[in-house]
Design a protein around this ligand. Structure first.
Ligand code: KE4
Length: 417
């Protein structure tokens, strides 16, 4: 497999883009090799500029639950594009996607569309502070909520991969308003609420942590957060940028039966177009400008092409609930196959999974595993802190090929391949 064209492009990219990329983890820094430059994608496949084909488990970091270049999604975007790309004015598609979100996500009565998960989280935090009149927020170690200043404290995802969970450039005055605790640590949560509950504006978490590997919540942890936030008048914010429409059509809050005050969405919601959203109870959302004193705005918020992509994906997911059964079946097969492949060659692999979201950690070097999988045509996230995403376009044959490739990679890691 050669990456000659990607190597040329990476050299050019590094002259004009920091690290040659527009998002750090794409640079393959922790892997130490040229990142394939992707030219196109279709179904469960991505193709690089050198013509190499890969089975894709990155899925653009989560959005591509239906696979790439889905006919129904592209058709809706093409229909929209013929009418223009952006107006900066109210449009019918914004109403349609908001109604789909309100119908899908149990706790959302009103929603505001923005352009990324980061923007949605940043706005949700400001809303919580505006609504409560308090400044302190609580997040959890290893959870990643995008790159807004106050959330880059013990963050996961690329911040963890690059080893800078607390970014430069964040004034101490910002970070001091962010408290952290261990994910699933009920005792720490109880102590923090006991000491600071009346000063907390919000608690924010990924209900299933997907940026420090995949870490499933203890239901007691979620229920404690729900109970204590109600008791102390603190807003519970579920960052469902990954889990929204992924773990079920109603997200992790539907799956676990927890009722957050504000929910943050992104990724799948845009069908691959730049979209984020935050929503919640009407009483809270009415605090947002122009109805209320919490300001938030965006030139391209509700962009017609992005809305068209999102509407198409949500309608397909809503009208075809068997997609989630298929994703569960494939996730279970992949989990069992990877575990068996590792066991057979004496690699200790820990796999955590919820539906089509899967994390794997093992007692062999991730870098070698990643490179071996890539060279066998399996496209994974270049970090052990990121998840594998399965789409409805993946087939049993793809899962089988992936398991076989992992078996070879594990064997090589044990010096047997
Ligand atoms: P964006 O601003 O990247 O659209 O969303 C930020 C965000 C918020 N919340 C959660 C739970 C997230 O996972 C993310 C972004 N996810 C990472 C990967 N885990 C995006 C990939 C990247 O940074 O390049």
């Amino acid at each position: 497999m050669n990456l000659n064209r990607s190597e040329e492009l990476f050299k050019d990219a590094q002259r004009v883009l920091p690290g040659g990329v527009n998002s750090p983890v794409r640079a393959y820094g922790s892997i130490g090799m040229i990142p394939p430059f992707i030219s196109r994608a279709s179904g469960a496949r991505v193709y690089d500029e050198d013509g190499n084909e890969y089975i894709d488990y990155v899925g653009s970091w989560g959005p591509m639950i239906l696979g790439h270049s889905h006919g129904g999604v592209l058709e809706e975007i093409r229909n929209a594009i013929d009418g223009g790309t952006s107006f900066g004015a109210p449009t019918r598609r914004e109403v349609e996607i908001a109604e789909l979100i309100v119908d899908a996500v149990p706790s959302i009565e009103m929603v505001r569309m923005v352009n990324s998960g980061t923007e949605a989280v940043m706005s949700a935090i400001r809303l919580a502070r505006g609504y409560t009149g308090r400044d302190l927020i609580l997040k959890f170690d290893g959870c990643y909520h995008g790159h807004s200043d106050g959330l880059l404290v013990k963050a996961g995802s690329g911040a963890l991969t690059t080893g800078v969970p607390n970014s430069a450039g964040v004034p101490g005055d910002y970070a001091k308003n962010t408290m952290t605790a261990g994910f699933n640590s009920v005792d720490q949560v109880k102590r923090i609420f006991n000491e600071k509950g009346n000063e907390l504006a919000a608690v924010i978490l990924e209900p299933v942590a997907g940026n420090m590997g995949v870490v499933l919540p203890d239901i007691e942890f979620l229920k404690t957060l729900e109970r204590l936030t109600v008791k102390y008048g603190v807003l519970l914010i579920f960052d469902e940028v990954i889990t929204g429409f992924r773990v079920s059509y109603g997200g992790a809050q539907e799956y676990y039966g927890i009722n957050p005050d504000i929910t943050v969405l992104g990724k799948i919601l845009g069908g691959g177009m730049p979209v984020g959203a935050y929503g919640g109870k009407k009483e809270i959302m009415e605090m947002i400008s122009p109805n209320g004193p919490v300001y938030q705005a965006g030139t391209l918020s509700g962009n017609p092409l992005a809305m068209a992509g999102g509407i198409a994906v949500l309608k397909i997911l809503r009208d075809n609930p068997l997609i989630y059964s298929k994703l569960e079946d494939m996730g279970a097969k992949l989990e069992a196959g990877l575990k068996d492949a590792a066991d057979k060659v004496g690699v200790c692999a820990k796999i955590s999974r919820i539906g089509s979201l899967l994390g794997i950690s093992m007692d062999c070097p991730f870098k070698g595993y990643f490179i071996d999988m890539l060279f066998q045509g399996i496209y994974l996230a270049p970090s052990q802190y990121e998840a594998m995403f399965i789409s409805s376009a993946h087939t049993d044959e793809d899962i089988g090929h992936t398991i076989e490739a992992a078996r070879n990679a594990f064997a090589k890691a044990r010096g047997e391949g």
